[in-house]
Design a protein around this ligand. Sequence first.
Ligand code: ZN
Length: 124
Amino acid sequence: MSEVAAKLRELGVSGVLIQAAEQGQITELACQMEKCFCPEELGGRSYFEPVTDGLSDWMPTVEHSPIAKRDGGHRVVGNVLLAHRLCNRVGYSIEADRPYGKDIATVERAREEAIRRQGEEPQP
Ligand SMILES: [Zn+2]
């Protein structure tokens, strides 16, 4: 099994993303959206939270690409990218010309939270 597939499994991912990783279409655990919104302070593109019922903003999701879901793109290896749930949502909003200010506010809150946590960690 590929290392990325193993890491995705650890996060609770199953299905097509695992297949895509095993077939070498996803070669690193990183958000593959053109624009990733995950704050660097949190870990940026390579930061992922486990898949839970709580549906975290930073859990791995399937982005249909190059053929979008609304254009009939299927959830199959060759048409899927690994994307943060939030980045996936914002990407869709941008293409659909929908407002996404609320998501940007969420990103800023995540950034502030990450900075605050860093400040609390004991200094070496
Ligand atoms: Zn992202």
